[in-house]
Design a protein around this ligand. Structure first.
Ligand code: M6R
Length: 610
């Protein structure tokens, strides 16, 4: 989704804004722009396409542009196509504004502004907000009053960065339901959508709360709470270093992040094991509280929801508590039945996904206990949940989620073990055995899976020209298949579907014709024979079959066209090395097809609109 950066300081803001926008590229965007104070008022440079277009315009048309204060934006189109005129910043000669979020009542506001004589250049909801601020600023002459009376009328979500012509050196910021931080450094202060945008300069920041308004100056930051009083803000420190948000010699962030999986598992799990047993260290989730839950719902979107499928299998297998996995955008409008005997687990890498956040709020309203599994510290979901477990994967920059998924499922195994112990379903010795697999054996299995990268690239060669492709599996292998399929389609643009292997013959097998690739995930001893039958069914209809199975499985040569054998863990934990391999298959396919691996078309890293 859109990215915001702003700087007020003693150095030239232009390169800082460009560098900040580049660091936010991972969020997904289709146009970009900046607005800076100059001697002649506010200068705006904006363009459809990549940030390189802005750099080109700056080089050719504004070679000497220098300014100590400005705002910048990467836009992910929602209202109106990607174009120069729809790019941010929007506004008038008096004010310029950048926005992340959606103004839902913009049509009504547009009518009111038209009646006041305003005309519009773009199709965006953002321009309406900017003109409303302009109107209120014209009336009051006071930026804070103008912002306050504007946000009172806005419905929807917003993070705003605003500059006013008569207030050079000051950036005004406000937010509701879209993320925004204020970062503090020796040589000036920043606003940003996310920490990577400022990491080169500082790791100290304030999280802007709902309804707060900040004034950011070169040597001072003032934050007002929703009632207009000066807020006493806690300075937070991000423990991510600059290197963690850079490629570090890898060709793509995605490949770097897959390679970081072993360390991410250790960092996330080791601190939560004491004397070989799980220790969640959550004050509101005592053993008694855990025992009292009758049901668990796991609610999330995309890859995070697929991590929920593994969580469901792990919790139901070990703790024997019924678990439902729900798509957040459906859950929130489905009038879910929840009460205090329910635990709702919200999984989100970014912690800002609009639908997941709404699902969390709804679950709290209905009396359920909410547990968030989040990667970004201080994000909205992390702060609003009753209990939060952070995944310590470090920043994930590639749009395709990889290491975040691996640590999400690792935490699901830890939670399942903890719940099973609390419910008396397993002994302490059994719990220790599971956690030994999780903490010690699984990072090694992932290391060994990474060694198979060249083998994965060979599979990619075989599927690179496919128009359609199927992943099939049974049980937890079907859970894996769903994530593998999403990974492939989002970065290689090959249409793929994940199917429960036994379900193909109930309709979908009609799509199998000569040469259609079918990737069969086959890691479960008790299901292997059934899988082989299903594989034979598609093979008999011409499918090009690739089997992903455990190293120690014997697969008859005639059953498959290709077999990739992967490192072995006990069956319940096989998703960990299996997904590393399947992420690599998706990665290499994307590279071979010449796709933009880290920034696939139409996608955004942090989906802050519903
Ligand atoms: O930040 P979140 O984990 O809440 O994001 C959820 C999905 O948008 C995300 O997992 C998406 O599906 C990824 N692009 C998958 O790689």
């Amino acid at each position: 989704m859109c990215g915001i950066i702003g700087y007020s300081g003693v150095e030239n803001s232009v390169p800082k804004l460009i560098e900040g926008l580049k660091a936010l590229e991972y969020r997904g965007y289709d146009s970009a722009g900046i607005a800076v104070f100059t001697e002649n008022g506010i200068s705006v440079v904006k363009s459809k396409g990549r940030i390189a277009n802005i750099e080109k315009i700056l080089d050719t048309e504004y070679p000497n542009l220098e300014s100590v204060c400005g705002i910048g934006h990467t836009r992910w189109a929602t209202h109106g196509e990607p174009s120069d005129r729809n790019s941010h910043p929007h506004g008038t000669d008096r004010i310029r504004l950048v926005h992340n979020g959606i103004i839902e009542n913009y049509i009504q506001l547009k009518k009111e502004l038209s009646a006041c004589g305003y005309s519009f250049e773009s199709d965006t909801d953002t321009e309406i907000a900017s003109k409303l601020i302009d109107l209120n600023y014209k009336t009051s002459g006071d930026p804070i009053k103008a912002i306050k009376s504007t946000v009172k009328k806005l419905e929807g979500s917003y993070a705003l960065g605003i500059i006013f012509d008569k207030y050079p050196g000051k950036i005004f910021a406000a937010r509701k339901d879209s993320p925004l931080i204020v970062a503090l450094s020796e040589n000036g202060n920043f606003i940003a959508s996310d920490i990577p945008a400022v990491l080169k300069h500082t790791n100290r920041y304030y999280q802007l709360e709902q309804g707060e308004i900040a004034i950011v100056e070169k040597d001072k930051v003032t934050v007002y709470d929703e009632f207009g009083s000066v807020a006493n803000k806690e300075v937070l420190t991000a423990d991510w270093d600059v290197g963690s948000a850079e490629k570090g010699g890898y060709e793509h962030f995605m490949l770097k992040e897959i390679n970081e999986e072993p360390l991410a598992i250790v960092n996330t799990i080791r601190p939560r094991i004491k004397d070989g047993l799980p220790c969640l260290d959550l004050p509101h989730l005592s053993d008694e509280a855990i025992k009292a839950f009758k049901r668990v719902s796991i609610v999330a979107c995309g890859t995070a929801m697929h991590a929920g499928f593994i969580g469901r299998t792990a919790i139901e297998t070990l703790a024997r508590i019924p678990v439902k996995v729900e798509i957040a955008s459906e859950f929130r409008y489905r009038n879910p039945i929840l009460d205090k005997e329910d635990l709702v687990i919200i999984i989100s890498q970014s912690g800002e996904t609009a639908d997941s956040l709404a699902a969390l709020r709804l679950s709290k309203e209905r009396g359920a206990h909410t547990l968030a599994i989040v990667n970004v510290a201080g994000s909205s979901i992390a702060r609003e949940a009753d209990s939060t477990l952070y995944t310590w994967a470090g920043p994930e920059i590639a749009v395709a989620s990889t290491k975040a998924y691996t640590v999400q499922i690792s935490l699901m195994y830890l939670i399942a073990t903890k719940f099973a112990l609390c419910n008396g379903r397993i002994t302490k010795d059994k719990a220790k055995e599971y956690l030994h697999t999780l903490l010690t054996l699984s990072p090694v299995a992932v290391e060994n899976a990474l060694v198979l990268s060249a083998e994965c690239a060979k599979i990619s060669e075989k599927i690179k020209n496919a128009e359609h492709l199927f992943y099939i599996g049974r049980g937890i292998d079907y859970d894996i298949a769903q994530e593998a399929s999403l990974k492939l389609k989002e970065i290689s643009y090959i249409h793929s579907e994940a199917y429960a292997a036994g379900e193909m013959k109930h309709g979908t097998i009609s799509l199998i014709t000569d040469g259609v690739p079918v990737i069969a995930v086959c890691t479960q001893d008790h299901l292997v024979e059934k899988m082989i039958s299903n594989i034979k069914e598609v093979k008999a209809r011409g499918a090009f079959v690739l089997i992903i199975c455990k190293e120690n499985m014997q697969i008859d040569k005639e059953v498959a066209d290709e077999v990739l054998k992967i490192p072995v863990l006990s069956d319940l934990f096989m998703p960990i090395p299996a997904m590393t391999v399947l992420q690599l298959v998706a990665y290499h396919t994307s590279v071979i097809r010449g796709c933009d691996v880290d920034k696939p078309r139409n996608l955004a890293k942090s989906v802050t609109v519903e």
